[in-house]
Each structure stands twice: as structure tokens, then as C-alpha cells.
Design a protein around this ligand. Structure first.
Ligand code: FAD
Length: 511
């Protein structure tokens, strides 16, 4: 479907080039195109947002016991913002957090932070009632005792749960209650669907006449066009030339071309360092290769929540994460080196290059897909890992597919889970690196501020900042069904079960 709508902004003749059409690049492109800037987005894959996955909306960062409270509050805010931009990408179902008996921690240790998050959520709603996207703040988290679970285990499971008690019935029936500490914690952290996110970004950008999206197009070189005092550290650049090659991944004869832009944004994900090296900026970062596995489990008796069993990252007892999709599909992460993590999977940049070098095996998986045998082995290990806590899950089957990729971590702190955008005003260059996919709108805001300061944008409005749902123009033209249709095609094109492009309960049905 094609449609057009006005940005309500005076068109600008200024051009911005965005390298990389993952969540960061695509979201920044929507924000800039909405301002009327001529926005050029280059993505080497055939469709947008086809890099490392996302399945969990970290609306409170509760998967991470080790990160500071303020990072959790930042993640909560970012997720609320991003959910309002991409409402049709969310699967509304709670997440259950369990501390296993083998773990030294206690569920009670998490409660002070959950209270801080509840309070922060309440305040966000006071600021703007439209922020109430995770239900009532009073129900942001709930606790379930052993006695409650025993009682729920005797109730009949409902196919489509509506209350938290109903969601907890399958947990009470399937989770091995002897292996976890009580209370269990249930939080309104929802599922996040990569196919629907890609579809939303694609449809949003199709609507802006100032957005120029080049998929299947690889950027090969960037070069300063106007450079003053080029040999000095405080040199100035006012224009960049981007050399790119179209049909990068197909058999059609590749076409090369170039374009000049007034501002350059590097959103190349784990390959960000390659562009940093071309631009000539020195940066420290890490890159980690991680994978999750797709499985099918028939015996759920209806929908179940996401289940997290905490554990120490990188040990054989790292966190287990069971993420449900419609149609009986489940995505599994296991934070051990046998499942999601890899012995040599975390690499750092060095003084000669801002680009950390992943072992060639993982680059091969990213470029060409997993090799069958190791994929099968890791997927089965993932099933066994979960079955330790959910014994009947041992009947689940591997489906020969995984969601995986390289994740960039700016700096040297591998526990960092929030945003990072770096601005180099003198050379009109920005780099957006988000450890979590939700951080990207914050990065976009910072870039808009920078463009305004540089005189390249002058029409950002308060409405853009307030993010009222109706302000994202594409939502007026695309409903859940439109997203659904594109998301299904993308899932098929990428070789995933079409059911994985659907959601059971969308956010739009609940608010
Ligand atoms: C296993 C795993 C699970 C994850 N789960 C979650 C989760 O549940 N929730 C969450 O919020 N986050 C999750 N993440 C993190 C999330 O995937 C990343 O934060 C996010 O995808 C980063 O987006 P990005 O746009 O910065 O980078 P990317 O998505 O990597 O996008 C960069 C894009 O740039 C393109 N590119 C690179 N070089 C060029 C070039 N020269 N020319 C053209 N294009 C180029 C690439 O093809 C790519 O599409 C997970 C990551 C992994 C690995």
C-alpha cells in the first residue's frame, strides 16, 4: 500500500546521511524525516531492522540484577517512548522472574528497585496520561507466594489469559516449584516483535516524501568534501560524500553511486567501528556475538507468560529466558557459553582500529546463516536448559532457526545496557550505538538538538518531544492489520515461521 502525508514542516534542503537501517538508523530517520530534513538511509540488508534481534521490551531492566537503579529507570522511560512510536510491535503479556534455589540472591533483594520503578512510572503518567502503556502503576509488579502457586496449579488453564492470576496458572503447573525461591515476581515487561518493528519502520518511512531509503545497499566509503585545517585535530568538515553500492546482496549487477550530505550519522551496529576508522575518530568499544534459538512446543495448553530464571552470566548456570510467540513457538536465551554466549564471542577494539574483530566463524554466521550442526546442537542444549526448570518443555522441538547477531557495547563496561550517542560537532558527524533497541529515540532527540545547534534544522516542535501517539503520522495511516501483513512477508522472506510475526495481545487492544 502506498500513501502520502504531509510532515506539517517546511521542507529543508539540508541532507542527512544515515548509515545502517537497524532500529537506531531507521528510528532516527523517522524522527528526521518528520522534521522535513532530506534523509538518506542506507541499509546493506534487503529490509530494515534485520540485524541482532529484540524480543523483550526492557521496561524496567528487570532481567539485569547487576545494573544500577538509574539505568533501570532510564530503560523504563525509553521503552514507554518507543512503545508509543511502535505500538503495533508489542505482545502484551507479563514476564515472570524466578530466583532459583541454587542462586545466592533472594527475590526480596529486587523489591526496592521495583518500588523505585513503580514510583517512576507513576510520575511519568502524572506528566502525561498517554504514558500509561504498561497498565496501572499499582500493578507494575506483583508477588506470588508458594501457597498461591499451589492453589493456582489446581485451577483450569485458560487459553487466553486476561488477569495476572490466569497468566500464572500455566506457570504454577509447568515450573518446577521445588527449584525456585518465593515469592515469584511478575512484572509488566512485554514481548517485542522484530518482524513487526521492521514492518512499522518500513511503512512509516514510506510515507515521508523526504525519507529516501536505500535497502540492499552497502556504504563502501565516506569522505569529507569540505575540510578546513584537515591536518589539525580541531579540523572542520561541512559536507560528507557517501559512496554506496546498490544490489549489494543480490545477483543483479551491482551499481555504485555517491551522494553529498550536510551531516553524517553512523548507525552501523556492531560494524560502527569500520565507519569510525574511515572518518578518523578514535573510540573504544566492545562487540559481542550472541544467539537465541527458535523452538516449538505443543504442550502449553494456551498462552503463557515469558519466564526468566536468574543466574550468573557466563557461568553454566546463567539466566534462562523462555519467550513465547503465537503458534507454539518459543525463543530461548541461556546466558551460558553453551547456549547464547560464546567463549571467544566478546571482543574489544584496539589502538589501531575502532572496529573490534569478531572471529571469522561468527561473521560467517551473520553473513551467511548458521551452520546446521552447531545450530541443532545449541538449540537442543537450549531446550534442555529450560527443561531443567520447566520439565515438560523437554518435549519441545528444534526448528533449525535462530535470532542472533553482533551487539555493540560502547566503552569498556560490558554491563552497560543504556543509550549512547556521540556527537562530533566540528566534523558534523554522529554515532548512535544502542545496547538495547529501546534507546534509539533518545539518541534521535540528541541528534536533533545537535542539528538545531548547527543550524541544519530549525523546526523541532514541542509536540515532537511530547510524543503524543497521534503525532507519529504513520499511525494515522497504518493499523495493526497493515503492520501484520508486512511483518508476515518479512518473516517469510527471512525464513521464519509466519506465526512469529503475529502478537496475541497488542498494546492497542489494552489501552
Ligand atoms: C541475541 C540478542 C538478543 C537481543 N535481545 C534484545 C531484546 O530483547 N531487547 C532489546 O531491546 N535489545 C535486544 N538486543 C539488542 C538489540 O538487538 C540491539 O540493541 C539493536 O538491534 C541495535 O540496533 P542498531 O540499529 O544500533 O544496530 P543493528 O541492528 O546492528 O543495525 C545496524 C545496521 O547497519 C547495517 N550496516 C552495517 N554496515 C553497513 C554498511 N557499510 N552499509 C549499509 N548498511 C550497513 C547492518 O546491516 C545493520 O542492519 C539483543 C541482541 C542480541 C544479539
Amino acid at each position: 500500500m502506498t500513501y502520502s502525508f504531509s510532515t506539517n514542516q517546511a521542507p529543508s534542503t539540508k541532507r542527512v546521511g544515515i548509515l545502517g537501517g537497524g532500529t537506531a538508523g531507521a528510528t532516527i530517520a523517522i524522527r528526521l524525516a518528520a522534521l522535513g530534513l532530506e534523509t538518506y538511509l542506507f541499509e546493506k540488508n534487503k529490509s530494515l531492522i534485520d540485524g541482532p534481534p529484540m524480543c523483550h521490551l526492557h521496561a524496567g531492566g528487570n532481567l539485569y540484577r547487576e545494573i544500577p537503579d538509574e539505568d533501570c529507570v532510564a530503560l523504563l522511560k525509553q521503552c514507554i517512548d518507543i512503545l508509543r512510536l511502535y505500538p503495533y510491535t508489542i505482545d502484551v503479556r507479563p514476564t515472570v522472574f524466578a530466583v532459583p534455589t541454587r542462586d545466592e540472591g533472594l527475590p526480596e533483594d529486587l523489591l526496592p528497585r521495583l518500588d523505585i520503578l513503580t514510583d517512576a512510572y507513576r510520575k511519568l503518567i502524572e506528566l502525561d496520561a498517554n504514558n500509561k502503556v504498561l497498565g496501572d502503576p499499582e500493578n507494575y509488579y506483583q508477588l506470588y507466594s508458594h501457597e498461591q502457586l499451589i492453589e493456582l496449579s489446581e485451577r483450569e488453564q485458560v487459553a487466553v489469559p486476561h488477569t495476572v492470576d490466569e497468566w500464572m496458572i500455566p506457570v504454577a503447573k509447568y515450573l518446577d516449584l521445588n527449584k525456585v525461591k518465593f515469592p515469584l515476581i511478575v512484572v509488566q515487561e512485554y514481548g517485542w516483535n522484530i518482524f513487526r518493528l521492521a514492518a512499522s519502520a518500513q511503512l512509516a518511512l514510506e510515507g515521508y516524501e523526504h525519507a529516501h531509503v536505500f535497502t540492499d545497499t552497502q556504504v563502501q566509503q565516506v569522505m569529507p568534501v569540505d575540510c578546513e585545517n584537515c591536518s589539525n585535530a580541531d579540523h572542520h568538515v561541512t559536507k560528507w560524500r557517501i559512496d554506496y553500492q546498490q544490489s549489494a546482496s543480490s545477483d543483479i549487477e551491482a551499481k555504485t553511486d555517491s551522494i553529498e550530505v550536510d551531516y553524517l550519522i553512523n548507525a552501523c551496529g556492531f560494524r560502527t567501528g569500520i565507519i569510525d576508522d574511515m572518518v578518523g575518530v578514535k573510540v573504544t568499544r566492545m562487540v559481542e556475538f550472541k544467539s537465541s534459538y527458535i523452538t516449538h512446543w505443543n504442550d502449553t495448553g494456551g498462552q503463557i507468560p515469558e519466564i526468566i530464571v536468574y543466574g550468573e552470566r557466563g557461568t553454566p548456570e546463567g539466566m534462562a529466558q523462555l519467550t513465547p510467540y503465537p503458534g507454539g513457538y518459543f525463543q530461548i536465551h541461556g546466558m551460558s557459553k553453551f547456549i547464547t554466549l560464546f567463549n571467544d564471542g566478546l571482543v574489544a577494539s584496539n589502538k589501531n582500529s575502532a572496529q573490534p574483530k569478531l572471529p571469522s566463524q561468527y561473521l560467517h554466521y551473520i553473513e551467511d546463516g548458521w551452520d546446521k550442526a552447531p545450530l541443532q546442537a545449541r538449540s537442543q542444549q537450549a531446550i534442555d536448559y529450560v527443561a531443567e526448570f520447566v520439565p515438560t518443555f523437554n518435549s519441545a522441538r528444534t526448528v533449525g532457526n535462530a535470532l542472533y547477531g553482533g551487539q555493540q557495547i560502547p566503552g569498556q563496561d560490558d554491563t552497560l545496557r543504556v543509550a549512547d550517542v556521540s556527537l562530533y560537532s566540528n566534523i558534523r558527524y554522529a554515532r548512535a550505538e544502542n545496547v538495547k533497541a529501546s534507546s534509539t529515540l533518545i539518541a534521535a532527540d540528541q541528534i536533533v538538538d545537535e542539528l538545531t545547534t548547527l543550524g541544519l534544522a530549525d523546526n523541532d516542535t514541542q509536540a515532537n518531544r511530547n510524543r503524543y501517539a497521534h503525532e507519529w503520522a504513520y499511525l494515522a495511516h497504518n493499523d495493526s492489520l497493515a503492520i501484520d501483513s508486512v511483518a508476515r512477508s518479512l518473516a517469510k522472506e527471512r525464513g521464519f515461521p509466519i506465526a512469529m510475526a503475529c502478537v496475541n495481545h497488542g498494546i492497542h487492544e489494552t489501552i
